[in-house]
Design a protein around this ligand. Structure first.
Ligand SMILES: Nc1ncnc2c1ncn2[C@@H]1O[C@H](COP(=O)(O)OP(=O)(O)O)[C@@H](O)[C@H]1O
Ligand SMILES: [Mg+2]
Length: 212
C-alpha cells in the first residue's frame, strides 16, 4: 500500500517544497521507493531541484514528477511506497483533494501572524471538509533564533486545536545553498543544522509508523 503525505499551504514561500524534498530524501535514504508529486506546475520548484540533484550526482536518487492535478498523480502512485504531494499555493480545491487522500497532512507555516492565521484557517477548512484533526499537523518553518517566538507560535496553533511537529526549521543560508546544489536540507555540512532537520523528519516518520 502506498503511503501519502501532503504538504500544503495557502501561501507561497513558506517551505512546502523544502520540506517535501527533505522528507523524500530521508525516506529514499531508508530505501523506500518515494516520489514527490510536484503540483505547483507554474513554479516546478521540486522538479527543477531534481535536475540539479541529478546534474550534481547526489545520492540517493529522489524521484520527482510534475502533475497538473491530484488525480493525475494518483494514477502513477501505486508503484511507490510513498508519494509526497508538494502542493501549490492558492489551490483550495487541490489542497482539499490532497488532504482527503493523505495519511498525514503537513501545513508548513512561518511564525508571524500573517503566516499563522491563514494556516489555521486552512486547517479549519479541512476540518469542515471532514478531514480528521489527527491527520493534520503544523510544521514551523523559516524560524528565527528566538525560542519564545517559536513557543508562542506553537501555543497559537495549540489554542486553535492543532498539533505541531517536534522541532522547527531555521531560516539559514546554508539550507538555501544546499537546495541550490540539489541537496535536501538534511544534507548540509553543519551538524547542528542537520540535527534540526532530522528532528522534524523523525516526528513525521514516527507519526506515519504509528498509523500503519
Ligand atoms: N529554512 C530555510 N532557510 C533558508 N531558506 C529557506 C528555508 N526554507 C525555505 N527557504 C527558501 O525559501 C524559498 C521558498 O521555499 P519553498 O520551500 O520553495 O516554499 P514553498 O514551496 O512553500 O513556496 C526558497 O527559495 C527556499 O530555498
Ligand atoms: Mg513550492
Amino acid at each position: 500500500m502506498t503511503v501519502f503525505i501532503g504538504v500544503i499551504s495557502q501561501k507561497g514561500g513558506v517551505g512546502k517544497s523544502t520540506l517535501s524534498r527533505l522528507l523524500a530524501r530521508e525516506y529514499a535514504y531508508s530505501k523506500w521507493d518515494v516520489k514527490i508529486a510536484d503540483l505547483d506546475i507554474s513554479q516546478g520548484t521540486s522538479n527543477d531541484w531534481k535536475k540539479r540533484r541529478e546534474m550534481n550526482e547526489i545520492q540517493p536518487y529522489v524521484a520527482v514528477e510534475s502533475f497538473r492535478t491530484v488525480s493525475q498523480a494518483l494514477k502513477h502512485a501505486q508503484v511507490h511506497d510513498l508519494m509526497i504531494f508538494d502542493g501549490a499555493p492558492h489551490a483550495t480545491k487541490a489542497s482539499l483533494e490532497i488532504a482527503q487522500k493523505s495519511d498525514l497532512v503537513i501545513l508548513p507555516t512561518g511564525l508571524s501572524l500573517d503566516d499563522l492565521k491563514p494556516s489555521v484557517l486552512l486547517a479549519h477548512e479541512l476540518i469542515d471538509s471532514k478531514i480528521p484533526d489527527d491527520k493534520i499537523v503544523f510544521a514551523l518553518c523559516r524560524v528565527g533564533d528566538r525560542a519564545n517566538e517559536i513557543e508562542e507560535a506553537r501555543n497559537y496553533i495549540k489554542k486553535a486545536g492543532y498539533t505541531t511537529l517536534a522541532g522547527s526549521l531555521p531560516e539559514k543560508t546554508a539550507y538555501r545553498r544546499a537546495s541550490d546544489l540539489g541537496k535536501a536540507i538534511s544534507e548540509v555540512s553543519y551538524v547542528s543544522l542537520r540535527k534540526r532537520a532530522d528532528e522534524v523528519v523523525q516526528d513525521i516518520i514516527n507519526r506515519i509508523a504509528e498509523e500503519s
